[in-house]
Design a binder for this molecule. Structure first.
Ligand code: GDP
Ligand code: IMO
Ligand code: MG
Length: 424
C-alpha cells in the first residue's frame, strides 16, 4: 500500500467508502476526514456488528488508530456526541485517539431548521438534502459568520457570535416556536459540548505534518462523491463541500506532496439519493431489483436510493477531477444474477455522441445514455477473496471498467463484511 492514500467516492455517494476506509485503515496510522458532516453515512460490518459512522472517521473501528476531523468538516456537536455514545455502546474505545480541528465550523440546530425551510421553499426544485443543516452551515462559513470549534472555548466571543445570528437570521428565527430557533438553548448546549470537545482539539495540519515526517501512513477519508461536489458535481443538486481530492488539501491544511495515491471508490452500478440528473437511472422493475439486491436504502436518512447502470462517462469525469490512480470496485456480488449487464459508454446530446460529460452538467438531464451490453456471470461471487477465483465474465467486467478508465484495480468488494474483499 502507498503510504498516504486519499479515498474518494466517484459517483453520487454511498459507493462503500466506509468499508474501504476501514480495510485500508488496518495498514494506516492516521485516518483524517476532510469535508462534509453528518450528512454522510458510512457503513462497516465487522464480526456481525454493523457500525454506521457519520462524522467520525471510519478508521475508528480499527483499534488504536488515530482519527482526525479536519477544518473542512462541518461538525454538529449534538450528532457528534450521539455518535460517540453509540461507539461506546458498541465497545469502541476512542479515548486519546480522536481529534478535531479548532477551525471546523459547527452545524447548529438553527442550520437544520433553515435547511428544512429552504428545501420547502425550493418546492419542486428541492435538492432532497439530508436535512442535516450542511448547506446553511457552509453558507455561514463562507460568509464569515460561522461559529467554529475554537469559539467554544471563548464563551464571551461565542455569545456575541450567537447573538449576531439573531440579527442575520431574523427571517428564520424571529417569532419561531421551533426549539431549534432558541439561541439561549443552543448557547447552553454548546457550553456543555465544549467540555467534551476540549481534550480533542489539536492543530490537525501540524499533527499530519509531524506524522508524515515520522513516516507514518495517513489515510485521507472523503465523504459523499465526486458528482455531489459543490464545484464539479451536478450543481445545484450537490452537497456544499468539495468532495474531491482537492478538498483533502484545503480541508486538512496539507500540501499535495503528502498524497501518494488516490483510490476512487466505484460501485459496480450507480445509485443516487435525492434529486438531480441521473442518466443511467432504471425507473422500471430492474431498478427495483437492484435496490432490493443491493439493499439500497440511505444509511443516514433511510430513503430508497435510485438505482441504475454503471456510467463510464461520469466516471471518466471523476477519475480526471480526483486524479484517481486506482479504483476499489464495490458490490460486485449485487450483479451476480444479471443475465446481461449494461455499461454506459457515451451520451447522446443534441444529435451528437459524446464521451465526456457536457460542459454544463445541468444538461445531464437531457443526455441519452449509449450502452454496451456485457454478459453477466450468473454465479455467486459473495465472499470471494482472490481475483482468480472470480467467474471469467466477472473478471471481464472489472477489467473492462479499469481499461476504459485507465486505472488499476486496487480492491474488489464482494460483500458487506470486512473479509469479503479481494485485495489486488
Ligand atoms: P459509503 O457512504 O460510501 O460508506 O457507503 P454506505 O455505507 O452508505 O453504503 C454502502 C452499503 O453497501 C452499506 O450498507 C455497506 O454495508 C454495503 N456494502 C459495501 N460493500 C459491499 C459489497 O461489496 N457487497 C454488498 N452486498 N454490500 C456492500
Ligand atoms: P456518503 O458519505 C449519498 C446528497 C443528498 C442530497 C445532496 C445534498 O454516505 O456517501 P446535503 O444534506 O449534503 O445538503 O444534501 O447530497 N448526499 C448524499 N448522498 N451519500 C452521501 O454521503 C450524501 N451526503 C449528501 O441526498 O441529494
Ligand atoms: Mg453513505
Amino acid at each position: 500500500m502507498s503510504k498516504n492514500t486519499v479515498v474518494v467516492g466517484c459517483q453520487w455517494g454511498d459507493e462503500g467508502k466506509g468499508k474501504i476506509v476501514d480495510l485500508l485503515a488496518a495498514q494506516a496510522d492516521v485516518i483524517a476526514r476532510f469535508q462534509g458532516g453528518a450528512n454522510a453515512g458510512h457503513t462497516i460490518h465487522v464480526d456481525n456488528i454493523k457500525y454506521v459512522l457519520h462524522l467520525i472517521p471510519s478508521g475508528i473501528i480499527q483499534p488504536g488508530k488515530v482519527c482526525l476531523i479536519g477544518n473542512g468538516v462541518v461538525l454538529d456537536p449534538i450528532n457528534f456526541k450521539e455518535e460517540l455514545d453509540v461507539l461506546t455502546s458498541q465497545g469502541i474505545d476512542y479515548s486519546g485517539r480522536l481529534f478535531v480541528s479548532p477551525a471546523s465550523n459547527l452545524v447548529l440546530p438553527y442550520h437544520k431548521l433553515i435547511d428544512a425551510v429552504e428545501e420547502e421553499n425550493r418546492g419542486t426544485g428541492s435538492i432532497g438534502t439530508t436535512k442535516r443543516g450542511i448547506g446553511p452551515a457552509y453558507v455561514d462559513k463562507v460568509a464569515r459568520h460561522g461559529i467554529r470549534v475554537a469559539d467554544l472555548f471563548a464563551p464571551e466571543r461565542l455569545r456575541k457570535r450567537l447573538d449576531y445570528q439573531r440579527v442575520i437570521k431574523s427571517r428564520y428565527l424571529e417569532g419561531s416556536t421551533d426549539e431549534r430557533a432558541d439561541l439561549d438553548r443552543t448557547y447552553q448546549m454548546l457550553l456543555e459540548m465544549a467540555e467534551i470537545l476540549r481534550p480533542m482539539v489539536v492543530d490537525v495540519s501540524l499533527y499530519l505534518h509531524r506524522a508524515h515526517r515520522q513516516k507514518k501512513a495517513i489515510l485521507y477519508e472523503g465523504a459523499q462523491g465526486c458528482l455531489l461536489d459543490v464545484d464539479l458535481g451536478t450543481y445545484p443538486f450537490a452537497t456544499s463541500s468539495n468532495t474531491t481530492t482537492g478538498g483533502a488539501l484545503t480541508g486538512l491544511g496539507i500540501g499535495p506532496k503528502m498524497i501518494d495515491e488516490v483510490v476512487g471508490v466505484v460501485k459496480a452500478y450507480t445509485t443516487r439519493v435525492g434529486a438531480g440528473p441521473f442518466p443511467t437511472e432504471l425507473v422500471d422493475d430492474s431498478g427495483e431489483e437492484i435496490r432490493r439486491l443491493g439493499d439500497e436504502y440511505g444509511a443516514t436518512t433511510g430513503r430508497p436510493r435510485r438505482c441504475g447502470w454503471l456510467d463510464l462517462v461520469a466516471l471518466r469525469h471523476a477519475v480526471r477531477i480526483n486524479g484517481v490512480d486506482s479504483i476499489a470496485i464495490t458490490k460486485l456480488d449485487v450483479l451476480d444474477n444479471q443475465a446481461e449487464i449494461k455499461v454506459c459508454t457515451h451520451y447522446e446530446l443534441d444529435g451528437e455522441t459524446i464521451d465526456q460529460v457536457p460542459l454544463d452538467l445541468a444538461r445531464l438531464v437531457h443526455v441519452k445514455p449509449v450502452y454496451k451490453a456485457l454478459p453477466g456471470w450468473q454465479a455467486d461471487t459473495t465472499g470471494v477473496t482472490a481475483f482468480e477465483d472470480l467467474p471469467p465474465k466477472a473478471k471481464e467486467y472489472l477489467n473492462y471498467i479499469a481499461g476504459d478508465l485507465e486505472v488499476a484495480i486496487r480492491l474488489v468488494s464482494t460483500g458487506a463484511k470486512r473479509e469479503e474483499t479481494i485485495m489486488v
